[in-house]
Design a protein around this ligand. Sequence first.
Ligand SMILES: [Zn+2]
Length: 269
Amino acid sequence: MVKAIFPRAVQLIIVLILAALISSVIWNQFIMKDKNTAQDYRTLSMFSPDLIISYQEKYPSNWKDYIAILSAQHQIKDQNESIIIDLHKQISEETSFKDLVWPDKYPEYIKTAKYYRTILDKYPVYTPGNYEFPLKEPSYFVDTYGADREGGERTHEGTDLFDEKGTPILNVCDGKVEKLGWNRLGGERVGVRGDDGNYYYYAHLDEINKDLTIGEKITKGELIGTMGNTGDAITTPDHLHFGIELPDGEWLNPYPLLKVWEYHGFGKR
Ligand SMILES: [Zn+2]
């Protein structure tokens, strides 16, 4: 009797262990991966575009090192600035990031700076050459991400770029056309699934490029359409509403990215 039960219990344990392993793989691969990616992008969108631009201008080969050590500064509570000055000096003397000599204290600062350095490589949204500004010329735009819309019914989940009706709108990165045509808020809109996994949303177009087809490849710089004020922008001046939806469904603030892409395209800062 006991002999018969024991193997069955062992079998059950093995099945349970396997089930736990499989679900942990699924959880990590699909759910946590998207959440971590979103967290990484959110962190990147907190960086100052002005700081990035000024360091890219001065130090084109190691700007990421500087941005990582400077953007993590808030972790140093007592304003002991010699730590930053010392790291800054090491980088300016061509010490590579992995060979930097870190301070003995402030483990949180060190951890954060290293994390920032990793995501600057992993998601190269600020690296020149990977993304293109969606207009052919600099434009007027401010950071209105999170502002109230429809009397507080929802918030603004993108950046509005203002120019004349008919201004050509260009695709910001290589990908595939995912959505085309009309929706209530966006009016004439195009959605592109970037090769980076993000969804790029171009709304209020006057006309969509007729050569685009859902499911077809679209390259960086290709024509999306022309600027207009269709959809809920009908009472506003012509503008492009540009949005970036992360794989977990969250809308990223595209403003700092646009600022840096505009600088890469036109030297405007
Ligand atoms: Zn908008």
